[in-house]
Ligand binder design. Sequence first.
Ligand code: ADP
Ligand code: K
Ligand code: ZN
Length: 431
Amino acid sequence: MYWNCEIETLTTDNLKGLQLERLRRTVARAGQSQFYGQRLEQAGIVPDDLGSLEDIRMLPFTTKDDLRTSSLQMLTTPLKEIIRLHASSGTTGQATVIYYTRTDIELWADLVARSLYMTGMRQEDVFQNMMGYGLFTGGLGFHYGAERLGALTIPAGAGNSKRQVQLMRQFNVTAIHIIPSYALFLLQTFEELGVDPRDLPLRLAYIGAEPYSDATRRRIEAAYGVKAYNCYGLSELNGPGVAFECPEQNGSHVWEDSYLIEVLDPSTLDPVPPGTVGELVFTNLTRQGMPLLRYRSRDLASYDDRPCPCGRSSRRISRIQGRTDDMIILKGVNIFPIQIDRVLMRLPEVASNYLIEMQQTGGNDQMVIKVEVKQEYFSEDLAYLKGLQKRITEALKSELLVTPRVDLVEHNSLPRTEGKAVRVVDSRPKA
Ligand code: ADP
Ligand code: K
Ligand code: ZN
């Protein structure tokens, strides 16, 4: 049941003890880099000052901008010890680069293996990894983890939909790793090929890399006949496998023996209580080449410290509500795309894609949501379509508290990417 029983079921006190010991070691190690050497000296902190985990608040934060300008200066070892680099996808600007030693790669693979094992993957499984191989961590990160576990691993990569379906059939694939928006899109290829994914031996899907609602997860589970698990990670902290859902599907366990998590109010930077949404801030506890201290992820979620029936002691985080960068402000109301996802994906008439457009007309901001309608509902009956449009608008209004304009569009008419979905287009003039 557990990949690493001792670590996964530590008592809370022992887990905290381990974290404190590793935190001190990490601060000492980070201090050997030019970047943190200076930062820690400016702050006047030495590892022995950390008497408890709460003392982490004495340490300086690390931001995405720090990484953009100084990632080489964060290395604690000479380049000859570094064997790999990855970069973030660059979703919100210039990509950031992360360097790994051999030990870093091994520890990371072990965490991914631990995550997959937790959800029931075993050596007998055949695993198709449909994430982009390359600089993006979702490809190689999962690949090494699944191999570490011992599953037969197919490095399918992203895109090429027909081939994905063929591979699944040819090799009796039982587990897939796929971006959720792509999983919904791929259903159409299945349909074109006359294949029902529920007839395949598939039983597990790992979905993450972009925000999505539980309604999207349930759609994927129903259409593929699988249990779909949320996986969360970011390249800055290694990549996938920072937090992962257990079979209870009640939030994602953060691997706290390796990542120290803080959930902070993004404006005051004070810790928020369990259940309150805040910014996730992470500190590496085992990384060698490039340990990050208090990295501000800009991802928003809440945490839950109640015991989980699965017996693992690590705390759980909620679904990511969005990034601080993704927040849309409309008529003074804060909106995250996942709220729109939640409403739309619950409606049976709505197909798998939608686009949020921020427009300005006559000095007023307007949100236009283009919604793809399933073929069988896209009738020529105008009265029916008008009624549908009205129902969707009402459902969105009660969730968002402002009224968007809803445009119904034909199935498959909105732009697609093979990677993370682009949900928001802002065509307003820049202030
Ligand atoms: P980028 O920040 O450029 O997209 P990464 O490829 O490292 O770079 O992606 C990490 C980010 O992807 C996270 O910070 C988070 O915003 C998003 N992400 C990853 N997994 C999930 C998930 N399960 N749910 C929601 N968002 C996720
Ligand atoms: K095997
Ligand atoms: Zn659990």
